[in-house]
Ligand binder design. Structure first.
Ligand SMILES: NC(=O)c1ccc[n+]([C@@H]2O[C@H](COP(=O)([O-])OP(=O)(O)OC[C@H]3O[C@@H](n4cnc5c(N)ncnc54)[C@H](O)[C@@H]3O)[C@@H](O)[C@H]2O)c1
Ligand SMILES: [Zn+2]
Ligand SMILES: [Zn+2]
Length: 369
């Protein structure tokens, strides 16, 4: 059987985990950095305890775009990327209960073991054996969902209500990230918050803060089109090109916000978040573009500011599905395009080129509803 036609393709020599066997399917294969092609690859093998999902929709994540050119080191070719997906169960493996062929589902992009100390405590995002679907780094390689089919453990699968489309459901991973981050901020009805960055994650954090009852939410960004979206969703927006920190202080009577949610991950934005909170306030760090930033140590210590990291999600999927189904969290305004898998290479290039006004692009590998 041939795969992508590339003689050294690891799919053919069987190095990619989760893919083997005779039947073939179409997948968007990163065969080398900045080279994506729709290829015929072997169908995933479904192990005991797993389900096989016919993928209806899979979103392109910023981390896929950062992995695409090799800069993050987390998408070593050859790899089928894609971890923000939804679809219909095509088959269930031995020992799986509560799920059946035909069920509409989504799944956690973090494949946790369910057995280590962190998993047993419910901190599945911190699992010692954590693998992310569609990631290939030095430690592991796990085929993702830019493909007609993907196999995942049943323990990470969640059923979808009929009212939520697959394209919307492909955003549930990011919604769960936002809800998890907000859950670490201890929001009350008295809280005032600043979200730094109005990208996909920032705009979902805005909505998760509103759903948590937060009294007032400011959002800052350098991009006016992103700020318009945040404003349409009910935020008080501040241009980060001007002095957003000064304006947060001005609008909070010189006190600062109770909580700053950092959703960019750069030195200047982490420092803006720290400078915006009141004494005793909390900064939740979600953005992680930079490996390191500076820390205004004396400010953090003498104002007793809590710095709280937030990683992925840990059990927030049911809440994310409920908030999406009720309309409390809206993702349609974030979806720029829904396109067939075959258009994946062009969309990756457009996202990579940072074309203006692009937010979430969702690829649809198959004709499923
Ligand atoms: N911790 C987690 O679990 C987790 C999960 C997903 C994403 N992330 C991280 O969250 C961050 C945001 O992800 P995203 O998908 O929303 O990215 P994105 O690129 O869509 O959004 C980033 C936003 O930051 C804005 N920005 C850039 N410089 C700024 C500045 N100086 N001031 C204010 N805004 C500025 C950009 O205009 C953009 O709107 C990334 O660092 C990503 O890696 C973390
Ligand atoms: Zn992602
Ligand atoms: Zn574990």
């Amino acid at each position: 059987m041939t795969c992508c036609g590339w003689s050294e393709c690891a799919l053919e020599v069987g190095r990619l985990e989760g893919i083997s066997g005779e039947a073939i399917m179409k997948a968007l294969l990163l065969s080398k950095y900045r080279q994506l092609e729709v290829a015929e690859v072997p169908m995933p093998t479904m192990e005991a305890g797993e389900v096989l999902i016919r993928v209806g929709a899979c979103g392109i994540c910023g981390s896929d775009v950062h992995g695409y050119d090799g800069s993050s080191g987390r998408r070593i070719p050859p790899i089928v990327m894609g971890h923000e997906a939804a679809g219909r169960i095509a088959d269930v493996g031995a020992g799986v209960t509560g799920l059946a062929e035909g069920d509409r589902v989504t799944f956690d992009s973090t494949i946790y073991c369910g057995e280590c100390g962190y998993c047993k405590r419910g901190d599945v995002n911190l699992c010692d054996h954590r693998q992310v679907l569609g990631v290939s780094c030095g430690d592991y390689s796990r085929a993702g969902a830019f493909a007609e089919f993907v196999a995942v453990p049943a323990r990470v699968v969640y059923k979808l209500p009929a009212s939520v489309s697959f394209a919307e459901a492909s955003m549930l991973e990011a919604v769960a990230v936002a809800i998890h981050a907000v859950s670490l901020a201890e929001i009350t009805e008295e809280s005032r918050a600043l979200v730094v960055g109005a990208g996909t994650i920032g705009v979902l954090i805005l909505q998760a803060l509103q759903a948590a009852g937060c009294r007032q939410v400011f959002v800052s960004d350098v991009d006016s089109s992103r700020l318009k979206l945040a404003k349409d969703l009910g935020a008080e927006v501040l241009s980060a090109n001007e002095d957003a920190v000064a304006r947060v202080l001005q609008r909070t009577g010189g006190v600062g916000v109770d909580v700053a949610m950092e959703a960019v991950g750069r030195n200047e934005t982490v420092n803006a978040a720290i400078a915006s909170v009141r004494k005793g306030g909390t900064v939740v760090l979600v953005g992680n573009i930079s490996q390191e930033t500076t820390l205004p140590l004396q400010r953090v210590v003498t104002r007793q500011i809590r710095l709280q990291g937030s990683c992925a999600s840990a059990g927030e999927y049911p809440q994310a599905i409920a908030l999406m189904a009720s309309g409390a969290i809206r993702v349609k305004p974030l979806i720029t395009a829904i396109a067939p898998l075959g258009e994946g290479p062009q969309w990756f290039e457009r996202l990579y080129a940072r074309e203006p006004n692009l937010l979430k692009v969702v690829l649809t590998p198959g004709p499923v509803s």
